[in-house]
Design a protein around this ligand. Structure first.
Ligand code: FAD
Length: 237
């Protein structure tokens, strides 16, 4: 696929928009595998969630820099419009939501774990779905929040609630959550019984939040979890 555009989301994250001729379509929450090949034939492959709504004719990925990583520094710092990437997908069936499934939705993200959840909220907006959707986003500091402006303007506003918690540096004068996600916080953001729950982020974050949600009475079958890493590495060429 050819890179159409690269957008800076935060100092450490870029959105890569790809031209997708012949794309079969995707569901909100799915991911793709991106494979890079070095001039000497060495290959590395990593998964990236699709950030864009299925309704958009461009495929968007948002990649956050992992210091000392093999693949993310290339995607964040080097990739330019016109470059070609080897992309396979869409992949994943369990971690998906579409407006027909209804709500309420409880979305809990740690850092770049927001990416597939944003695809769900963008899909909700594109379909003008008014299902209750509550998002809790945990980041270290405000400058790490992806899609900050879009999150503040997402439609339909009705029944949409977006809450932030800052675990290291809340903004000056902040009176909201400023700690790691805990049971009390989840109880406050919970949209009620029968919620479709999606949790995404670093592995320890996802394990902890999923456990808390099940302890709080959520049906384990309704708690969908996607773990972003660390990975065991891609295939070595
Ligand atoms: C289904 C799925 C969807 C994903 N979607 C996204 C996405 O939308 N955006 C995105 O930025 N990433 C996403 N990831 C993570 C991504 O696949 C890579 O793991 C990440 O970009 C790091 O790759 P790397 O080659 O730069 O680092 P590596 O070379 O693999 O790792 C370098 C070091 O960082 C550690 N590490 C690796 N990954 C992480 C991590 N996520 N957090 C903290 N430490 C880590 C490793 O243990 C290692 O010590 C997703 C992962 C999965 C499984």
């Amino acid at each position: 696929m050819t890179v159409r555009e690269v957008v800076e989301e935060t100092p450490r994250a870029r959105t890569i928009a790809l031209d997708v001729p012949g794309w079969p379509g995707h569901r909100a929450g799915q991911h793709v595998d991106v494979r890079l090949t070095a001039p000497d034939g060495y290959q590395a492959q990593r998964s990236y969630s699709i950030a864009s709504a299925p309704e958009l004719d461009t495929l968007e990925l948002t990649v956050e820099l992992v210091d000392d990583g093999e693949v993310s520094p290339y995607l964040v710092e080097t990739v330019r419009p016109g470059d070609e990437l080897e992309v396979r997908g869409p992949i994943g069936g369990f971690f998906t939501w579409s407006a027909e499934l209804g709500g309420p939705l409880l979305l809990v993200a740690g850092g770049s774990g927001l990416v597939p959840l944003m695809a769900m909220l963008r899909h909700r907006a594109a379909r003008k779905s008014d299902v209750a959707a509550h998002l809790l986003l945990s980041t270290r500091a405000p400058e790490d929040v992806l899609y900050r402006e879009e999150l503040a303007q997402l439609e339909p506003r009705e029944a949409l609630r977006v809450e932030h918690t800052y675990t290291r540096q809340p903004p000056p004068g902040w009176s909201g959550f400023a700690r790691r996600v805990d049971a009390e916080m989840l109880a406050e953001i919970d949209p009620g019984p029968g919620a479709h729950v999606f949790v995404c982020g670093p592995t320890p974050f996802v394990e902890r939040v999923s456990t808390l949600l099940v302890e709080a009475g959520h049906d384990p079958a309704a708690v969908h979890a996607e773990r972003f890493g660390p990975t065991s590495g891609g295939p070595r060429g």
